[in-house]
Ligand binder design. Sequence first.
Ligand code: GCB
Length: 611
Amino acid sequence: MRKCFFAFLSYCLFAISYFATAQQEQSRLIQNVKSRLLLSLNGQWNYIVDPYEMGYYNYRHDPFENSESGKGGFYDDRQQKDKSELIEYNFDLAPTLHVPGDWNSQAEILQFYEGTIWYKRKFNVEPLGNKQYFLYFGAVNYEAHVYLNGKKLGMHKGGFTPFQFEVTNKLKPGDNVVIVKADNKRKDTEVPTINTDWWNYGGITRDVYLVTLPENYIADYKVQLKKNNLNQVEGFVQLSGKSGLQDVTITIPELKIKHTVKTDASNRAQLSIPVKAVSYWTPENPKLYDVIISSVADEVKDRVGFRTIAVNGKDILLNNKSVFLRGISMHDENPLLKGRLRSEGDMRMMLQWAKELNCNFVRLAHYTHNEDMVKLADEMGLMVWAEVPVYWTIAWENPDTYNNAKSQLTTMMERDRNKASVIVWSIGNETPLSEPRHKFMGNMAAQARSLDDTRLVAAALEVHRKDTEVIVDDPLGELIDLASFNEYGGWYWGLPPDLSRYTFKIKYNKPVVITEFGGEALAGYHADAETRWSEEFQEALYVSQLAMLSKVDALRGMTPWILVDFRSPRRQHPYYQDFWNRKGLLSNTGNKKKAFFILKDYYEKIEKQYK
Ligand code: GCB
């Protein structure tokens, strides 16, 4: 009996672990996917809104996937064969949504929708025997179950990072059907958790591709300057599968570099290449070099900038020169569409506004933004603060929550490891002090450091106050590179004229970067500077903040909150807000508020000082 029980137990454990692995997406993400042979699956996808998840669960609320026949779910795309057959859905008659794009901004009825939507699209392919194929998703918010030709490929959680499934042996010549169940229900153990100050846009929000690769393709690589060394490129090339020992060549024609190395038993080659006469990447000179990586079977091209970033005492050093981070925070949202940024034009608009503000830095808050955004920052000369959605009150003691956060951090860092613009990895925002949180965040910091020693690690911390002292002493500050914190003087505490009385007490001898300050104004609403919600109030707040912050000796940057008004369910005032957080320096229609010009002038002065 006992034996029987143990056999049963070990069977269960095996089943659970098998199921857990089978459910995961493939781990090593294709580096620089856009440079590959792609079949774009963007465009119109049919969709079914499914608030009760009846396409996933049967009437006993058991998943169809687990039932004996495995039949009945919407992933099957069944066609009615005879008139009497009962099928209570039909993708082909269903309306369509554009991919990439959130659903909230595409149909009025979906504006507040949180739950499951099923997507379907057909594509045509003639798979070749000597190629490998992957289905690649730039991002789906939040939980995605992906099916190809009625079979489950797997599941992915996390609304802002890419994932892929190998489909080499699962494609059919001719028509193929991909179905995605996207579910954006908020849950307290997820990352982010249920409470955020942004819109929970659902759906397939970023590009979808079928990627064709040769067998033994170049899966991943890193080509960046070594830490603190302007004359040495360091990195690696990782080939897929069982590539065997072989030569890999890195060519940077403009630098006259052609460097060949051998892969080892794990199909990996380490790189260490001396370089000279490099035109270093800076915001003023966003120089990118063509880099070509080739192996026996494959070749991939990238455009890479070379720069170093470090801190020394109170200074931030870009290529060994002290810089001031003239930044602005932004969400991944086009206010004109009331939805996620969908195209290069949308992204350029946002970064161009930052440029007009005289910025050299952007905080891509509060989660991983589109890879194209970071590429544009590379091209346009904007340094980037990249962040994960560890925001406010995460389930600090839940191991799955930690693993999820860690995996989102890892994926972001792997995706963007060759982008010169990214100088800071942020592990979270305004996380409240407690022992479990400190452990969680300490592990996140260690993970970030273990993956990349060439960039800074930071987080947006909180402050507390005693009389007129603003105190920054969060123990997490010891583990990160910047004294980076949010403070809402003049809005959530004090009024703009009071700020001149405040001073900062900062525990660490590190460069100070104010990751948020700001206040709300409804564009076009004019009154005196004492009247909240007026442009004049916001303007006075910026004037007072900048005067107060200028007294901080170690001030080396800021990313005020925020470039443009953004949607948030927490912002309920029917007249001033109407579901918009109005802290933007631009309105949701792109009008510049008065405070925009205060910050712009301030940055102009700072730029001259740091020339
Ligand atoms: C914060 C948060 C940010 C909010 C902002 C606000 O501290 O980091 O996500 O949107 O304040 O407007 O209150």
